[in-house]
Design a protein around this ligand. Structure first.
Ligand SMILES: [Zn+2]
Length: 162
């Protein structure tokens, strides 16, 4: 009788099991710039996405401030709104700054960004690292955005990130 009860409860619990984190099929890591002043805050970003753009989820999973501190905006198992059409399989990380299309990353931001690139590359061994604008192809005239305002492939090589 007790065994039956346990079995009954077990079959009832099974479908309710909560998904463990990071069950998404991660294929891409996108690097972004916020395209704002260096002093933009994660709170202001959240407000902008929610109130101005009407987005349910943030644009990035992580944003890195000028001191190199990473602010977590969304867990990796949730989908962020970084690049339309690519989000389902992507993690998005931005550095705060990049106003007027320039690369304004501080040394601390570059260090923190390389740390995350290294960490995620070792966790997801097949991950492809791209800059936002890379989805539009190599021809500048097709770029809808200049984000992240630097050549990601070149930076990864030059700074020996990977
Ligand atoms: Zn972007």
């Amino acid at each position: 009788m007790i065994q039956q009860l346990i079995n009954g409860i077990a079959t009832w619990i099974k479908p309710m099991k909560i998904k463990p984190p990071n069950t998404r099929d991660i294929k891409y890591l996108f690097l972004h710039t916020t395209g704002t002043s260096m002093d933009a805050t994660p709170d202001a970003m959240r407000k902008y996405w929610k109130n101005k753009l009407g987005w349910k989820n943030p644009g990035y999973h992580i944003t890195i401030d000028k001191y190199g501190e990473a602010h977590h905006l969304l867990p990796f198992d949730k989908i962020a709104n970084g690049v339309r059409g690519w989000n389902k399989n992507a993690i998005h990380i931005s550095t705060i700054g990049g106003k007027d299309g320039t690369d304004t990353r501080t040394e601390q931001q570059k260090l923190a960004l390389s740390w995350w690139v290294k960490k995620l590359s070792s966790e997801y061994t097949d991950i492809v690292i791209k800059g936002h604008r890379d989805v539009y192809g190599p021809d500048k005239s097709y770029w809808k955005k200049s984000c992240p305002n630097y050549d990601v492939t070149k930076w990864l090589k030059e700074d020996n990130v990977l």
